[in-house]
Design a protein around this ligand. Structure first.
Ligand code: ZN
Length: 415
């Protein structure tokens, strides 16, 4: 199975969620961030030092747990002669599992982006901020909408548009006043336009230059013709920014709403940006639903049936869906059932009751995350899976109005 980037990102998000819930009873959970170029031998000697210092910890239990975690880390490190390209993070410690018990847990993560600095961190929770930052969409685009009277500069960061600057001009209209020579009027007008373009460019360049070089992807310019073409051809922007113009688009408004209008036009161009893909899927699903084409399906049961029939083109799953699919069997007869439950802490203690056939007690023989379960059916059927975040309107609609599970169908099935 080839894992898609979307699935990897989703899994990474879920792993962080799991780690976030873990607590130590004292300051005994260790997070070790190892960049690619860090010498493992250096880490080993630092850990040995930490081990020695841990003998000063007053609480006997905490002391034993910290030293136990360090020993465990040392033995793991023997298996890692060199950190992978993005580095590696090891979380280790005695995690509180309730009922006065702890469990020595080790979780190793290869992050999606490089680890910048080495960290040894011991606390009652794992240190996750450096990994959480990787989850945020860092790609940033510059947006600029302009005509001869007004201009707005904005940034598109991940899923959000932010207005950064707004300018207005005093360029006179095309009609000259009586008594002014036509030539003189035209000259003044061109100077005023030129001045305004220069002001726009200075404001825009200042905003875009300030963005971290590696995150800044380029600039889109919107406005009526021929203004935006004229602005581009005049090379008013800082030369570094001018080189990064990605395209010109017809946009009617040049105030803040123009930025949104420009963004809406970018669809195909930005097709690598997650939110655009997610938005497209949801729009297609909702359009089919509204037009009653029979090519959309929602709700767990309906979508599962369609999936198993192979009629699903794209499976839409909310990335905030937290449910498990349980397989329940009778200990005595052949009775078996499947059940979906919302995942809550303490679900491991779930008692399924008694068999309706023979009265013996039922037991849970399998518990699979519903996202994993549905994704694996999708895999077998050649269905694409799209993880939809709740950060935009249609995305939160999927979670709240459609139970987090929907499908775009290849053909009408009536389910
Ligand atoms: Zn039974």
């Amino acid at each position: 199975m080839v894992e898609s980037d979307a699935h990897k990102k989703y899994e990474f998000k879920r792993t962080l969620e799991t780690l976030r819930d873990k607590r130590g009873r004292g300051t005994e959970l260790i997070s070790l961030y190892i960049p690619h170029d860090k010498q493992v031998s250096d880490i080993t000697s630092q850990l040995r030092e930490e081990f020695g210092q841990a003998s000063n910890i007053k609480s006997r239990v905490t002391r034993q747990n910290v030293q136990g975690a360090i020993e465990s880390l040392l033995s793991r490190l023997k298996l890692i002669p060199k950190a992978p390209v993005n580095g590696v993070v090891i979380f280790c410690g005695a995690v509180d599992i309730g009922a006065n018990k702890t469990d020595m847990t080790t979780i190793i993560i290869e992050p999606p982006e490089p680890i910048v600095s080495y960290k040894y961190h011991c606390d009652s929770a794992f240190l996750l901020t450096p990994l959480e930052e990787m989850l945020h969409e860092q790609k940033t685009y510059g947006l600029l909408v302009l005509d001869r009277r007004e201009a707005t500069v904005g940034l598109l960061k991940g899923k959000h548009i932010e207005e950064m600057a707004h300018l207005t001009s005093n360029v006179p209209g095309k009609q000259r006043k009586g008594g002014q020579s036509a030539h003189r009027f035209q000259q003044l007008r061109l100077i005023a336009i030129n001045d305004f373009y220069t002001r726009i460019a200075d404001a825009a360049s200042a905003v875009f230059i300030a963005i971290d070089h590696k995150d800044f992807q380029g600039v889109f310019i919107g406005g009526p013709s021929p203004t935006k073409e004229e602005f581009e051809a005049g090379e008013f922007l800082h030369h570094e920014i001018q080189k990064k113009i990605l395209g010109l688009f017809d946009v009617a408004n040049t105030d803040e709403s123009g930025l949104t209008e420009l963004f809406d036009q970018l669809g195909d161009v930005l097709s690598d940006v997650d939110v655009v893909k997610e938005k497209k899927h949801m729009e297609m699903f909702l359009r089919d639903l509204v037009n009653d084409t029979g090519r959309s399906s929602y709700g767990e049961e309906q979508v599962r049936k369609n999936l198993q029939m192979g009629s699903v083109e794209v499976l839409l799953l909310s990335d905030e869906l937290r449910k498990v699919r349980l397989t329940i069997k009778c200990g005595n007869c052949t009775f078996e059932e499947k059940k979906t439950m919302t995942k809550k802490p303490g679900d491991d203690d779930y008692q399924p009751g008694n068999c309706t056939k023979c009265g013996s007690s039922l037991r849970v023989v399998d518990s699979t995350d519903i996202v994993e379960e549905l994704s694996s059916i999708a895999d077998q059927m050649g269905t694409n899976v799209a993880f939809i975040s709740s950060d935009f309107e249609e995305g939160s609609q999927l979670l709240n109005a459609f139970g987090g599970i929907a499908a775009i169908l290849r053909f009408k099935t009536g389910i």
